[in-house]
Design a protein around this ligand. Structure first.
Ligand SMILES: *Cc1c(COP(=O)(O)O)cnc(C)c1O
Length: 453
């Protein structure tokens, strides 16, 4: 079966002609190590020459199955036809004027699409940026301008970026924060309803976690001082944690009752990834502001803050923006990406991917007790690994096995990523346009990796 995107004819097959990484990749890795700062790490040092559909081709002529999508970015596939067509037309017309100097239609059109596609039918406005972190930073600026309050509440296991403010918002120290402080003030972290690791009754997780979070906000910060609560509807880097049902609505309701701006960080979960356009639709949440990036533009750098017009308009003219924010080529790519998502009904494709992956991973869990849980929605699926014999008790995180399984998958030509506060989660983020045969072949490789551990 060929892949669903119309990209360049790239054989949709896994093909290994050398070890992974091969000799040419290893040569390039030596050059990378000599020329690129050590802080910029690499998960799998195969150097890519072409990519599309569900595969990546490397300099040695290997073709790898892609279960990473460049971290949930290439949801429409690499070089999707409409993305290439629109971005190419834009490249030939003009590449940059700066929207804040002399504007152009593409930026406005992206803002119009965002208003239509994001949850809620209230009047909405958007501002465009270059990266997810920048979008989150600007959501904080906007919420502070609107509320004239300073405190920002975030959650355990949250990830919001690598700039100074977003490091402060991010929960995990290594590798994101270690040695990079001091961090921005007025950031407060409260509990997340993480069912698998909730101490006590799992059924009570949502209510207990929400109560603990709200208690901390009211007693330690003062709700009247809080500008925004920022939450990922499914925690991404933190381990693909779906908060227990009822937790998000309770936090959203509390925010509303207290004049706090509720910000959904949908940078990883947004744009069809979880089987809906946005993950907060799952429980009918209508955020005040929503941050998007990753999947928005088929691989070109673009990010957005979208939300209630009266909140978005709180910042004074000139207070928001940036030289490249909403670059015309990135906007054209976003319009091509959104067109592809609609044409191919990618939310349905994501649900189909879940339908194929979940039962096979559940069968694997029956076989191997190092798999503590299979979770996630749509094409955002993960398994959390625990030390053998601890699944029903201490649930001791097993990062070593996660790393070993990922390594075995890489050697067999399957790109997988790990994540999680404890580093013990294998995460799967295939392009939504991947063919079902490749998806199943990838799952075969995962099965063999567990068997051969
Ligand atoms: C990736 C990510 C970010 C940061 O995006 P960048 O484009 O890497 O700055 C922020 N929030 C979430 C939820 C993310 O997954």
């Amino acid at each position: 079966m060929t892949h669903l995107s119309g990209g360049p004819a790239l054989p949709q097959e896994r093909r290994l002609v050398t070890a992974v990484p091969g000799p040419k990749s290893l040569e390039l890795l030596a050059r990378k190590n000599a020329a690129v700062a050590a802080g910029v790490g690499v998960t799998l040092p195969v150097f890519v020459t072409r990519a599309g559909g569900g595969v990546l081709e490397d300099v040695d002529g290997n073709s790898l199955i892609d279960f990473g999508s460049g971290i949930a970015v290439a949801s429409v596939g690499n070089s999707a036809e409409a993305v290439v067509r629109r971005a190419t037309e834009q490249l030939e017309a003009f590449t940059h004027t700066c929207f804040m100097v002399t504007p152009y239609e593409g930026y406005v059109e992206v803002a119009e699409r965002l208003a239509e596609l994001t949850p809620g039918d209230h009047p909405k406005k958007s501002a465009l940026f270059n990266s997810g972190a920048e979008a989150v930073e600007n959501a904080v600026k906007i919420a502070r301008a609107h509320t004239r309050r300073t405190a920002v509440v975030v959650f355990d296991h949250g990830y919001h970026g690598r700039t100074n403010l977003t490091m402060a918002l991010t929960a995990k120290n290594m590798p994101y924060k270690q040695g990079f402080g001091p961090f921005a003030p007025e950031v407060y972290r409260v509990p997340l309803a993480y069912p698998f690791r909730w101490k006590g009754d799992a059924q009570a997780c949502a209510a207990e976690a929400a109560e603990a979070a709200i208690d901390q906000i009211t007693k330690q910060i003062g709700a009247e001082n809080v500008a925004a609560v920022i939450i990922e509807p499914i925690a991404g880097e933190g381990g693909f944690i779906e908060p227990a049902k009822g937790f998000l609505p309770r936090i959203a309701e509390f925010a509303k009752a207290n004049g706090i701006v509720f910000v959904a960080d949908e940078i990883q979960t947004g744009f069809c990834r979880t089987g809906q356009w946005f993950a907060c639709e799952d429980e009918g949440i209508v955020p005040d502001l929503i941050t998007t990036a990753k999947g928005i533009a088929g691989g070109l750098p673009l990010a957005a803050v979208t939300g209630r017009a009266e909140i978005m308009d709180a910042a004074h003219s000139g207070g928001l923006g940036g030289t490249y924010g909403g670059n015309p080529v990135a906007c054209a790519a976003a319009l091509g990406s959104i067109e592809t998502m609609k044409e191919l009904d990618l939310p349905a494709r994501a649900r189909r991917i879940e339908e194929i992956m979940k039962p096979r991973l559940a069968a694997l869990m029956d076989k191997y007790d190092v798999i503590g849980e299979v979770r996630g929605r749509g094409a955002m699926i993960a398994v959390e690994l625990v030390a053998s014999g601890t699944r029903d008790g201490a649930k001791e995180p097993d990062a070593a096995t996660a790393a070993a399984v990922a390594k075995a998958c890489h050697a067999a030509g399957l790109v997988v990523l790990t994540c999680g506060t404890y580093g013990n989660v294998l995460r799967f983020l295939p392009p939504l346009v991947i063919g079902e045969d490749l998806l199943n072949e990838g799952l075969d490789i995962i099965e063999s990796a567990f068997a051969g551990r």
